[in-house]
Design a protein around this ligand. Sequence first.
Ligand code: PHB
Length: 390
Amino acid sequence: MKKIILSTLAALALSSTAYADVIKVGVVGPFSGPFALQGKNFKAGIDAYMALNGNKVGNDTVEIIYRDVPAADPAQSKALGQELIVKEKVQYLAGFYFTPDAMAVTPILKQGNVPMVVMNAATSAIMNTSPFVVRTSFTTWQTSTPIAKVAFDAGVKKVITVVSDYGPGVDAENAFKAGFTKAGGEVVQAIRMPLSTNDFSPIMQRIKDSGAQGVFAFLPSGPTTLGFVKAYNDNGLKASGVKFFAPGDLTQESDLPALGDAALGIQTSFHYAVSHDSPENKKFTEAAIKAIGNKAELSFPAVGAYDGMHVIYKMIEATGGKQDAQKAVDAVKGLSWVSPRGPVSIDPESRHITQNIYLREVAKAADGTYINKEVQTFEKQGDPGLAAAK
Ligand code: PHB
């Protein structure tokens, strides 16, 4: 009798392992080099989601495979995307900090039968390059449109725009200009800098010489955003009364200690602040801080990754773990949930995330740390850049 029970148990164990699959998710991001902290935030968001929700969807086990693309490097991103699909047989691709790295991989999604969940890259046009892309981050059109009105309402009528010369920078420039001129303001000059620019003194001189009352800036978050805001403070622009406006990439929380009191009062607009006051964000930040190991390092890519995992889990659920990119993507069109950033949904047409955009001000919290304090909410913002990107 004992023998029969044992062999039945063994057979059961065998059959359950036979039906349970490992579902691989390939995550591409900057995990080394100057932007490593941004990749570390991807991982913290993913770890937080899996710590709170487990690593299983039904009987299937989710396994994350990381690949490092330290900078905007489309050739390397494409090679790694191919390797993940062909050799590792991932069912999902995710991550993608820089727009060119995402754009290099979207053309192979259809053939690979693999959806891509963009956890950061923020150029509107990415969505038009493949029907298998879903995005849980933001676009620079989405984040830069509200701040244009804020700048005009603050009495600033002449602005100079300064952006990194690539997808999200050009989008940010166009978004700000559209909103600011519609309000009645004038963009007196538009500077586009190479992505590699890290000496900002000549730019600060051009801002001074332009006679603008304010500057609007976009650079991808990382060492250069810190350098840019420092240069604005150190070159006397702030002291001379030139007002600073930007999306929140320029004041990510991990940069604030290095900027210090000089950053106090800077206004930015963005989809997420680590200090966002909600039960969902409390739960998220506790888990993400545990994952990243240091509260001061937590920043916005973590929330894009956390929500990206939510979308992937829903896709796995809807397909019963089978590889079917179309079915997976269709299943999350219109999906809505409460993110740590606030209420969100996946727009069924664009597959981009609809969300609140917050106006924030750099402030000191009661415990002496610097935060992006939310002061105004622009509810349920879609992506105004989609029409422009078509
Ligand atoms: C992008 O390359 O799309 C990108 C990177 C960093 C940001 C925003 C956009 O902060």
